[in-house]
Design a protein around this ligand. Structure first.
Ligand code: ADP
Length: 659
């Protein structure tokens, strides 16, 4: 419904209400006064008639009465007229038959009278206080009612005309008032359709005009903002095109096309920033590619090396295995998942009996997992291979495990040790021959004397017995010397077992003494009473001792004195373990070579004399026994110090090196 129609209808409704109230009041007032007048007229007529017919009633002159009544009902608005005597009997009556036939009921109000359109009233006929009868009179209300209807009609006509005028007036007013609104509506529609240049017509200075001005201002602002937005949109579209180009570059770079030229790097805006970031990404991708190639090279390098290499990440899972590792452990790897851990590798290896000589598997696994210090450690693997493993923890990577198959090296070492023993035996041959000569001389002398006595028949039993005992003693001595050499000449078997250090020290000292004696070099041995059990291969350890004694001998021989002293002292069960020190008076070791002594092939001896392998092999032997060997130079000569862990009962499985 339009605003104009609402205005018209609103005004018409108000008008209607006002007119209805006015007409109501008017009709009410008119009706009231007409009724009063009619009543008064009816009473006045009744009173006049009572006076007129009083004499005729008193005289009971019915003819006069009838004539008077006929005259009254024909000239007045009387509907009927009746005269009764005091006892209620009708003396005379006249008027409308129907009204006369109906029983008389006095009307109390005009509304009662309107029901039959007749006012029914009665009045006594009195003369000087005496009642001679009653007049009953019916006065028609139709005239009054017609007047009232006429008045109502006039009022309604006036109301209709008034309302029509008001409607026309309201229509005109609504048209004027809504004109600005229509302009506003049209303006809003124009703006909605995007025609921001259109301006709304403004008329007058009322609120609607102000609103129209605001609309015009809003349209101008919108037009300006739209211009700005359009510019920005154009700019954005242009940038988007550049961004798409750069995204294409990024895609190409990520597909390893690193050589392409990145555009827009000189631009000062965000596109420039993005282009520069793309260049950074390109460089990073180049670096990644280089790293990848480097990694590939490293992997193939790792695959080339004979050593087995395995890398386990911080979470314990395997990161890398080189070809040597994969090939050596093919069967184990088939049983393991892709991302196995070092623990699962060791445990599966134990289950498959791939590791040899493990006495306490649970402790062994934990021990292996703790090995992150980079110290070499030997492990025996099926089929009878010896692996020298090094396990180290590298920050940021994890555990790096390398293993080298040193089975052949060990065999060579053993052969070398054996050869060196045989050489030592050769060196000792002169001294041994001299040592053997002594008991043999004594035996020969004793046997000759016995023969002579027997020949002279002077051989008493006591004499022969003493000589035979002496021969037996000397034979024992000779056999001890030969026994030492035989034991020493034994080949290593590659099996570790506990042995008492004291036995080795005594046997090697006795063996060496035979040779040193001839060279005027004394050897003293200081041994505690208590046993000192260590774990290792006794014959190999003895070669270490003999090597130290031989080096001491060489140093003394090379010194000016050419005489000297070798002393072996030992302290067992010290805090650090069993300690053995071999000292000589050979002048010591020059400061500059102290840190090279244990290097393989380092020697200061002339060609054909030294191999430079003695101390390096000794170092390996002592390390395999979980011990240490160190050298120092003292006032008179050198001191070599061995420290070995005790392997007494309960400790034999700890730190057990493989042979
Ligand atoms: P080699 O005895 O064949 O030279 P080693 O490894 O046994 O090989 O010894 C290496 C070097 O250590 C010797 O050449 C020598 O210079 C030095 N050396 C070893 N023991 C002694 C010692 N007791 N006194 C002085 N120098 C020594």
């Amino acid at each position: 419904m339009s605003f104009r129609l609402k205005t018209v209808l609103g005004i018409a409704l108000i008008e209607l209400t006002v007119m209805a109230v006015l007409i109501g009041i008017n009709q009410f007032a008119l009706g009231g006064s007409a009724a009063t007048q009619l009543y008064q007229r009816a009473e006045a007529t009744a009173r006049v008639f009572a006076n007129t017919v009083a004499d005729a009633v008193i005289a009971t002159d019915l003819a006069t009465l009838d004539a008077t009544i006929d005259m009254a009902v024909s000239s007045e608005d009387l509907t009927y007229l009746r005269v009764r005597n005091p006892s209620g009997m009708v003396l005379s009556q006249g008027g409308v038959e129907a009204a006369l036939a109906a029983p008389f009921v006095r009307d109390a109000s005009f509304d009662d009278a309107r029901k039959d359109h007749v006012i029914d009233i009665d009045l006594p006929i009195e003369v000087e206080g005496t009642e001679f009868g009653t007049i009953e009179l019916g006065l028609s209300t139709r005239t009054v009612e017609q007047e009232l209807a006429q008045a109502l009609y006039s009022n309604i006509l006036i109301a209709v005309i008034g309302m029509s005028l008001v409607a026309v007036f309201g229509f005109c007013l609504g048209t004027i008032l809504t004109q600005q609104l229509r302009w506003l509506r049209q303006g809003a529609l124009n703006i909605a359709r995007g025609n921001l240049a259109s301006q709304i017509k403004v008329k007058g200075r009322d609120e609607l005009a102000d609103t129209a001005k605001c609309f015009n201002y809003m349209a101008q602002t919108l037009a300006r903002d739209r211009g700005i937005l359009q510019d920005q949109q154009d700019e954005l579209l242009a940038k988007r095109a550049r961004v798409e180009v750069l995204v294409g570059c990024l895609r190409d770079i990520s597909q390893r096309r690193h050589t392409m030229e990145v555009p827009d790097t000189e631009r000062p805006d965000e596109i420039g920033d993005m282009a520069r970031a793309t260049v950074v990404f390109q460089n990073a991708m180049k670096a990644v590619e280089l790293a990848r190639q480097e990694q590939q090279r490293l992997i193939s390098a790792f695959d080339q090396v004979e050593e087995q290499v395995a890398i386990f990440g911080e979470d314990g899972r395997v990161l890398f295995l080189n070809a040597a590792f994969r090939s050596f452990n093919t069967e184990l790897l088939e049983l393991l998942p892709d991302k196995f851990t070092l623990r699962s590798f060791l445990e599966t290896g134990l289950k498959q009996a791939a590791f040899i000589g493990i006495k306490d598997p649970e402790t062994w696994v934990e021990e292996q997992l703790r090995r992150s210090h980079g110290l070499p450690h030997e492990i025996r693997r099926e089929p009878d291979r010896i692996l020298l493993t090094v396990q180290s923890y590298v920050d940021g990577i994890g555990t790096v495990l390398s293993a080298k198959d040193i089975t052949d090296l060990r065999h060579s070492e053993h052969q070398l040790i054996h050869a060196s023993k045989l050489a030592t035996l050769g060196e000792m041959a002169t001294g041994v021959a001299h040592e053997l000569n002594q008991p043999l001389g004594v035996i020969r002398m004793a046997s000759t004397n016995c023969v002579k006595r027997i020949d002279k028949d002077k051989a008493d039993l006591e004499y022969l017995r003493s000589k035979l005992i002496r021969i037996g003693e000397q034979t024992e001595r000779a056999s001890q010397i030969i026994n030492h050499m035989r034991i020493f000449g034994r080949k290593a078997e590659g099996v570790n077992s506990p042995f008492d250090l004291r036995d080795s020290l005594q046997e090697i000292s006795a063996l060496a003494r035979t040779q040193l004696h001839t060279l005027d070099i004394s050897l003293t041995l200081d041994l505690p009473e208590t046993p000192a059990i260590v774990l290792g291969e006794k014959v190999i350890f003895e070669q270490v001792l003999l090597n130290l004694i031989s080096n001491a001998r060489d140093a003394i021989e090379a010194s000016e004195a050419r005489k000297g002293k070798i002393s072996i002292t030992s302290v067992f069960a010290a805090d650090e373990g069993h300690v053995i020190e071999v000292r000589d008076t050979g002048g010591g070791i020059p400061e500059g070579i102290l840190d090279k002594l244990f290097d393989p092939f380092f020697t200061t001896k002339g060609p054909g004399k030294g191999t430079g392998l003695g101390l390096s092999i000794s170092f390996g032997t002592i390390r395999d026994m979980s011990g240490t060997i160190s050298a120092s130079s003292e006032e008179d000569g050198a001191c070599f110090r061995l420290v070995l862990p005790d392997a007494g009962p309960g400790l034999q499985t700890l730190g057990q090196p493989a042979a």
